[in-house]
Write a protein that binds this ligand. Structure first.
Ligand code: AOF
Ligand code: ZN
Length: 361
């Protein structure tokens, strides 16, 4: 680890504190260093609040430190535009820092190198690419939305070692351990939206809120309900607003659901089902960086078949259920070549279970 790595790692740790609150902004961390000492630090505040650099500058100031000539480590290129807040690059120039080390370029077309350019024009030394991979992973949804115009979609399943998610009678509580379930809530919390299907709503009557970790805002809950057959008393409609995608228009049902705080969007495909790729696009338009899916085998399969899923988040318990429900209700293949291929991105033990992150190729 170089010294730059050490300070960038600290900035990344700070960024983690913004992971559940900064969306749709990326979660960014910043430390200001002089003589090997951190003299100011900060992370992105909720939208409209300060960016990480401004927090770090005012932290240094509050502590009576002189930032002139200091080095700034920040997990993203400082912004150059007037968004909800003024440009961080200008604030750094005004403060007279000597050097800015960033983990990555900001892919936001309003910034995209202009932040670095402004700093350089003012004679500030700029470096980029320190711990870039960690910085990318932390804001993978923001990068996805900026670079591909759509959110990063993560599909979560909890299963036995033989890949079974529930008994045929529906019993599924609990296959994985409490540690894995709490870990699942961390992934829910960082997502802008949690998506499920009408099958799961009818069978489990879930709330799909974040409860295992404290959060300032709950993710938007999204329900795929082709026939608009959700019961108005379903628990998922309690609390914050929900978004329902259906394939049919029904003014009467819509009015009842709207009265329950739901928004209904009619988005059919040629087969008369909900157009899933369009759902993901729409969530991107609504500035969702990460979409977290917790659904049943049928919707899971459709999402995968229609190319909507970027990554699987699989918790595997050390148990065997035998003949029971699988993760994905995909049709039988005739040919192994037709399999879906993924790459294991990360494997970790969580409590008694194993957590696998696997990405579609
Ligand atoms: C930074 N530092 O901590 C973050 C940045 O509407 P605004 O003013 O909040 O700007 C949002 C954009 O700023 C966002 O899309 C991204 O390009 C950048 N995020 N930039 O200098 C930060 N969170
Ligand atoms: Zn900024």
């Amino acid at each position: 680890m170089t010294q730059a790595d050490v300070f960038m790692a600290q900035a990344l740790q700070l960024a983690e504190q913004a992971l559940f609150t900064s969306a749709p902004n990326p979660a960014i961390g910043c430390v200001i260093v002089r003589d090997q000492q951190i003299i100011g630090q900060g992370y992105t505040q909720a939208p409209g609040g300060n960016h990480a650099e401004i927090e770090a500058l005012s932290d240094a100031q509050a502590k009576g430190h002189d930032v002139r000539g200091a080095t700034v480590y920040v997990t993203l290129e400082p912004c150059s535009h007037f968004g909800r807040t003024p440009p961080c690059a200008d604030a750094l120039v005004r403060a007279g820092v000597g050097k800015v080390v960033a983990a990555m370029l900001d892919p936001n077309p309003q910034v995209a190198g202009q932040g670095f350019a402004r700093l350089q024009a003012a004679g500030i030394i700029v470096e980029s690419g320190v711990l870039a991979e960690q910085a990318y992973e932390m804001n993978i949804g923001f990068f996805s939305r900026m670079q591909r115009g759509k959110p990063w979609v993560r599909l979560k399943v909890a299963a036995s070692l033989d890949g079974k998610t529930a008994l045929y009678n529906g019993q599924s509580q609990w296959i994985t351990s409490p540690a894995a379930r709490d870990d699942g809530h961390l992934w829910r919390a960082r997502a802008g939206a949690i998506l499920t299907g009408i099958g799961t709503v009818k069978e489990d009557n879930p709330q799909l809120t974040v409860r295992a970790v404290p959060v300032a805002r709950q993710p938007l809950r999204v329900i795929i309900d082709s026939k608009l057959s959700i019961a108005p008393l379903a628990r998922i409609l309690d609390g914050d607003a929900t978004l329902i995608f259906s394939a049919i228009d029904n003014a009467e049902k819509k009015a009842i659901l709207q009265a329950r705080g739901a928004e209904v969007i009619v988005l059919p495909n040629a087969q008369g089902k909900v157009d899933l790729p369009q759902v993901i696009q729409e969530l991107g338009r609504r500035q969702m960086n990460e979409v977290h899916i917790e659904a049943g085998a049928k919707l899971n399969a459709s999402l995968i078949q229609e190319g909507c899923v970027d990554e699987l988040l699989v918790y595997l318990a050390p148990s065997i259920l035998g003949d029971a429900r699988g993760m994905f209700a995909l049709p039988e293949l005739e040919n192994l070549q037709d399999k879906f291929s993924l790459k294991f991105h990360q494997i970790k033990q969580v409590g008694e279970d194993i957590r696998i992150l696997a990405r579609f190729l």
